[in-house]
Write a protein that binds this ligand. Sequence first.
Ligand code: GAP
Length: 459
Amino acid sequence: MTQTQEQPVSTGDTPFVPIEKIVSLCKRRGFVYPNSEIYGGVSGIYDFGPLGVELRNNIRRFWWWSMVQTNDNVVGIEGNIITHPRVWEASGHVENFVDRLVDCKNCKRRFRVDHLPEENLRQNKCPVCGGELTEPRKFNLMMETYIGVVEGERMKTYLRGEACQNIYLDYDNVLKSSRVAIPFGICQIGKAFRNEVTPGNFLFRQREFEQWDLQFFVHPSEMQQWFDYWKERRFEWYKSIINHKDRLRFRPHGADELAHYAKQAFDVEYQTILGWQEWEGIHWRQDWDLSRHSEYSGQDLSYTDPETKERYMPWIVETSGGVDRTFLNLLIDAYEEEPPSGKDKEGRTVLHLNPMLAPIKVAVLPLQKNKEELVATAKELHSKLRRVMVSQYDDVANIGRRYRRQDEIGTPFCVTIDFTTLEDQTVTVRERDSMSQIRLHMNEVPAYLLERVRWDYKV
Ligand code: GAP
């Protein structure tokens, strides 16, 4: 969760995009809205609009496909947000999931101790006005909630602070109900909640967000090998969905920033205008979780090897990333403002999203909306296409404006129905990034597009 202090430098030929441009595009085109906006909003909480929900679903599905459905030794679960409160004592979150904060006695600003420059920490001085700072106070990030309605009988518990806890809780059930044996993994995508003291940078640090986790259970003697394996695989996975490959790196955690459960950790980081920031954590959780849950629940979660009969507590490699950070980083990575050129006289804003993740795969456009035959043919093709991919029919404004609208939301293909179509059944297929156009027979269009928008990852 840390952010390094290095100054961002733009690499390659595209400058870093200011976050405000992404926020504005998201609101304008229906990707993301502030939650409860008519009441003034809630800091660190967002809603997803019509295009946002399509993009999010595609991101989730691609992760699920590449992590669960294409790995024989990985299965999936969906655990609930609310669990028994003892879970969070066993996990260490009640005790350790805290931020230490100080307040400036003069300007009343609040700072996280681990974000203060060393000099200010030593002199106990506010980094903004130089005023005296209060003693650090601890704030737990867990969000409390209550089960039951009768006062005095209600049970206090927590909205999960990390989604992965369900995986440890269901581990024994999965083992007994599925044909898995160590080494194997359990995956889950789910919401997590944190009372972040300093939410901000749009979707980057929210109070309600979504995580994807793989917990991979191994024999202790094989821990290093599997840790290295998943570390590399996850890095390659992120690399496969971005354009700016040079903006991705690994960063090992220093001893002072390791989470209470981790013996070793690496962050996959992505570089934006905000600097290098965590995208996913690869954690060496060892036997922390299963040992603690065994101790706190009284249920023995150790494993007996079916062949050697050796009994041991499995160790865990965790890969834990954020759906929201993926959503945000993909938009940042894809965004480009292209100046006017020979191909586009006005210039355009374009999202170079990977076609398989783009919210809309194809837009079907009749050249003119007042020509009945053009409209009917376009609608017929659209209804054929939408059975196999997300297709949008659009007849509002001139064709150039419609292309630009689709470019701005990352639609990889536009199909235009014109007067030649009525004669020979061919249509124009325009590709978003190159703006190149080819003519195809209408019957060839579904297969042509499907080949270009399908899941693509080395499995
Ligand atoms: N189970 C381990 C765990 O929760 P983490 O590093 O705290 O580790 C994992 O979180 C991932 O969840 C992060 O890499 C990030 O992508 C995402 N994440 C964490 N806190 C977040 C927040 N406040 N808002 C959005 N995403 C967050």
